[in-house]
Design a binder for this molecule. Structure first.
Ligand SMILES: *[C@@H]1O[C@H](CO)[C@@H](O)[C@H](O)[C@H]1NC(C)=O
Ligand SMILES: *[C@@H]1O[C@H](CO)[C@@H](O)[C@H](O)[C@H]1NC(C)=O
Ligand SMILES: *[C@@H]1O[C@H](CO)[C@@H](O)[C@H](O)[C@H]1NC(C)=O
Ligand SMILES: *[C@@H]1O[C@H](CO)[C@@H](O)[C@H](O)[C@H]1NC(C)=O
Ligand SMILES: *[C@@H]1O[C@H](CO)[C@@H](O)[C@H](O)[C@H]1NC(C)=O
Ligand SMILES: *[C@@H]1O[C@H](CO)[C@@H](O)[C@H](O)[C@H]1NC(C)=O
Ligand SMILES: *[C@@H]1O[C@H](CO)[C@@H](O)[C@H](O)[C@H]1NC(C)=O
Ligand SMILES: *[C@@H]1O[C@H](CO)[C@@H](O)[C@H](O)[C@H]1NC(C)=O
Length: 374
């Protein structure tokens, strides 16, 4: 009799805790971020051998206390700004590899979300490997998400964990590195653009399905930017005898991949119950900054703020590089990446834009608020 009472009490306490957690924490949607350097907030710092790292000056020069955290920016990155506009977080959730260093931290932070993004990584498992030695491919990022899902399930139970993941937003920025990596093969006509796009899209579809099967329902996809207009590509254009204009072939590829992703997401959402998504047209957003530099508030749209040589893009940003003083006026921070000012304006556009030019079929703030039927 006594034993039975104890059992009843234990159950009551357990249920009490679960409900409290459900009301107090799990009911708030979290944010999970996947992909490449646009969203990496320090994942790659964990790999000694990795060369795609931003944990040295002048990265972070405008970050609080000028710390180089691994963000590929002079200050805050797109991950932080989206976390701010969509979830009221001051910063992005921490990297998975930082969270898992201590189980106390993990349990504390778990309900805000996790950042899995790794600079240099791509849709294809090999992307970034030869170049940067060690990155976390999207495939492995999703395995890490499965671990987090397991940890959440242990704390909340499977049903509540599903509810929690279902109302949380998954942000994905991927594809740029896959396209860059194949640039030479495309130029040399060893790879056909259509085949590359088809392969990337089909592989992306598998990744999204895996995320869905793990409980993700809300997908904020950040499309690839006009890759051909980054300072590095303008520099490459001059190397090929051009005058430093955008590399059309890379921009065409970026647009083709965007269109293909749009089709993929339509299919994906129609075949998987409960999926809601936003696709950000980063191509249009950045092109608009470049074409309307006055209206958008940028003065320098071709040259990187930090680097060296032609367009400040002959080498990466490092101690001793040329560094612009007026960083708010530049679209590009280094040879590939946007400044905080650009990331802020782009994140604002993704979050709140009206109409289909910049984000379809809904903006990211509407996505983040959506409650899906599971
Ligand atoms: C999270 O899950 C992993 C894999 O199951 C496990 O090794 C780890 O101990 C868990 N962490 C916590 C804090 O529960
Ligand atoms: C929760 O889900 C996991 C993995 O899907 C499964 O192994 C486990 O048995 C489930 N637990 C409960 C209590 O249903
Ligand atoms: C590129 O390769 C394809 C088949 O691989 C071939 O049909 C085409 O003629 C080649 N184009 C050029 C410009 O070499
Ligand atoms: C994409 O191409 C790679 C390498 O050629 C191949 O191994 C893979 O199976 C392809 N994936 C899809 C989904 O077509
Ligand atoms: C640079 O070259 C492109 C063609 O490759 C041309 O369309 C553009 O007008 C040129 N720009 C300048 C400033 O000469
Ligand atoms: C989406 O589905 C349509 C119709 O089944 C198909 O033609 C198209 O190729 C699919 N798109 C992608 C990207 O898989
Ligand atoms: C930048 O370029 C100049 C000359 O072009 C060179 O002297 C200098 O060492 C370079 N600095 C870095 C950090 O690469
Ligand atoms: C975002 O999208 C929603 C739904 O399409 C729309 O009502 C709203 O005006 C858009 N902009 C903002 C600022 O929310």
């Amino acid at each position: 009799m006594k034993g039975r009472n104890t059992l009843v009490w234990l159950c009551a306490i357990t249920v009490g805790i679960v409900i409290k957690m459900t009301m107090g924490m799990a009911i708030h949607p979290a944010m999970f971020l996947f992909g490449d350097s646009l969203l990496d907030v320090g994942t790659n710092n964990h790999f000694h051998e990795c060369t795609a790292r931003a944990d040295h000056p002048y990265y972070g020069i405008d970050y609080p206390d000028s710390i180089a955290t691994g963000r590929f920016s002079n200050g805050l990155s797109s991950a932080d700004l989206l976390a701010w506009y969509l979830n009221d977080y001051e910063f992005s959730p921490p990297p998975f590899l930082t969270l898992t260093e201590s189980s106390a931290t993990l349990q504390l932070e778990l309900f805000h979300g996790t950042n899995f993004a790794s600079a240099g990584s791509g849709i294809l498992i090999d992307t970034g490997h030869a170049h940067f030695k060690r990155v976390v491919p999207l495939w492995e990022q999703i395995q890490q998400f499965a671990t987090i899902r397991g940890n959440i399930s242990q704390l909340l139970g499977n049903g509540t964990a599903d509810l929690f993941l279902g109302i949380s937003t998954c942000i994905v920025s991927v594809g740029s590195n896959d396209l860059f990596e194949h640039q030479n093969a495309l130029v040399q006509n060893q790879t056909q653009p259509d085949q590359l796009i088809a392969n990337l899209t089909a592989t992306f579809a598998i990744h999204l399905q895996n995320l869905y099967d793990l409980g993700a329902r809300k997908f904020g996809i950040i499309g690839v930017p006009p890759l051909g207009c980054c300072p590095k590509e303008r520099y490459i254009d001059t190397q090929m005898g051009g005058n430093g204009s955008c590399v059309d072939a890379m921009n065409d590829l970026a647009q083709a991949f965007h269109a293909s992703t749009e089709s993929l997401l339509r299919n994906f959402s129609s075949t998987n119950q409960g999926v809601v998504y936003s696709l950000g047209n980063t191509y249009n957003i950045i092109m608009d900054f470049i074409d309307n530099r006055r209206a958008s508030g940028f003065e320098v749209v071709e040259t990187a703020c930090c680097g060296n040589g032609t367009f400040n893009a002959e080498s990466g940003c490092e101690l001793g590089s040329k560094l612009c003083p007026n960083r708010k006026n530049y679209i590009f921070w280094d040879e590939f990446h946007p400044t905080e000012a650009t990331a802020r304006r782009a994140a604002l556009t993704l979050a709140y834009a009206d109409g289909p030019e910049f984000v379809t079929p809904m903006n990211f703030s509407t996505l983040a608020k959506a409650f899906t039927n599971m």
